[in-house]
Design a protein around this ligand. Sequence first.
Ligand code: GCV
Length: 703
Amino acid sequence: MIKATEYIFPRIRILMVTTLISLSCFTSASAETGYEAWLRYKPVDDPVLLEEYRSMAGTIRVFGKSEIINSAVEELISGVTGITGITPFISAKYRSGIIIGKASDIPKSLCRFSSDELRKLDTEGFLIKRKGKRIIITSREDRGLLYGAFHFLRLMQMGESLKGTYILENPVTPLRLLNHWDNPGILPSGIPSIERGYAGESIFRWDELPVLNRRYTDYARMLASVGINGTVINNVNTAKNGLEGWKLLTPEYLPKLKALASEFRKYGIRLYISVNFFSPVMISGISDADPANSRVRLWWSDKVKEIYSEIPDFGGFLVKADSEGEPGPMKYGRTHAEGANLIASALEPFGGLLIWRAFVYGQKDLSPDRASQAYQIFKPLDGKFSANAVVQIKNGPIDFQVREPVSPLFGAMPFTNQIIELQITQEYTGHDKHVCYLVPQWKEILDFETHARGPGSTVANIISGSVFGNKYSGIAGVSNIGADPNWTGHLLAQANFYGFGRLAWNPALETEQITDEWIKLTFGNGEKVYSVVKEILLTSLKTYEDYTSPLGVGLMCNGGNTGHQGHFSPAPSSRVTYHRADRSGVGYDRTMKTGSGFTAQYNEPVRSMYESIETCPDELLLFFHHVPYSHRLRSGRTVIQHIIDTHTGGVEMVRKYYERWKTLDGLIDSERYMHVLERLRDQIGYAEVWRDSVNNYFLKLSR
Ligand code: GCV
């Protein structure tokens, strides 16, 4: 007998999925574009494992019925078919094989869960356990089943035995968001459809929406596979230079948003949009956007109601205000908190969130040191933001440099919901032309001790909510996804996307583990490929840092136009405001004693560590101190010698990557092999340009 909660998967969908898989297996055998990313589901070649997978995953029994459960089951069918070569049977009769359903829906006769297990499972968590001839995938809520299904498929793709499988996982951070800087609407000439996007056009086809295409589904699968649960689909710059992102709040766009939300919902992903603070003026001609104006308040609450009437699980808004030409509350003499709370109060009745960016600098009356400014503005507002407002803080005080310290704001706002903003797209780290694996950088940031509440107050613990106990916290990543066949332009940049998602799920995961996973999922389990890709990825950040920006000095690149060339090439002589190089030395004195005083924004003992040249880590020396070129580093080398050596050595490393990659000829499909080979070849040239530019600049200055 089939119980009410038990779901029989519609035959028709199974057939569709199977056809898709056979098609994709067929095409990928002859050409791998990278489109499948880490969800390739290639056949396992170890006969023992194959036998085990076939016997354990050859049948599926599903309990419960929902769109998300459908997605989980479709994924299982697709994955198991690809990996084992046999499409699993679905039936309400099976007592072995995969059993998937919420713990409350699975009959005790099939599996009993201890109260301890049930207590440990959070709303988005999952439990995968082997029980005799069964693999149980369970959760408290539907989303956990989807995450559990992806995790189970990951195990099989990585060639893990299913003997004794017992995995109980909960996501550590509640908000795990992707931020697109994609520009909807008609674009002024010269403006790309993705700001700082290097992988082709935007995947969001506003001209076609609400008609959906397959790519939205595959995008949502990728996000869900790493646990991302929300996406902001448009650029935070919404009006500057003639951009039209602000129009997403007009009625014309609502059906388009609704269509996207309906697709993403199937994968547990909530839709968010970036909005312009002046929307009431721009869209409805209201005289101002002042938070104190009751017409403005009414406008926001009507607008929010309109959205929720069509998209009941809408996530909320992201706002860049009073920053780089985007308007904000300061025009009316109001604070950022007053601006944020205006919109937050409209969202509050629907459970929506208002995410307000702390990337604000350049106002009068602030320190001339840009690094100090966000703290100066936001620290006094701690505790003044509404309960459903969240402040989103970039990882560093400047702007996604290859090396900069962690923003002191993380340790300074205990009464404010906080999200960290990382940049997956490589605006300052080589675009899609240089391999630069950012996971090691993000780990350092997340592990950074702010000492806000003594030891253990790491950024990771702050953004998981455990240090300050704030309700909303999490992590946002500026997307590197575009319409290129492989999604990210450079194939190896997929590792950054994957790594971001895995760290968002659990910031405590080790770089090594994430890297292992990505390589095996992307290239299979061959040892040679594994060791070469790993070596390149794990050293690439240091290599990039070596031939670009030394010792934390920061911006050395060309100007910031939003086209594809901005922030890519070296231009040290145009960046003196940042690196402060002159004939006597280099670096920005940010000490309290003799400099801008930025070090004062850190809690002790971090403040003293950065303040003193004796204890400041060498890799951040030039961020905090101005030193003569003859200053000796801990390595024993002088600063100038370090600059010359690392720039020369960095180029040599890229040459080595190129040679190492060549050894993979024949071990990887030719398309992906050639693609990476060509990128590495070009990277040698770009690295040489950086080396020569920076070395000549400093040799000349330092004489
Ligand atoms: C979306 C930097 C980038 C801009 C970006 C801005 C921001 O300034 O160069 O392209 O704009 O940061 O994060 O708002």
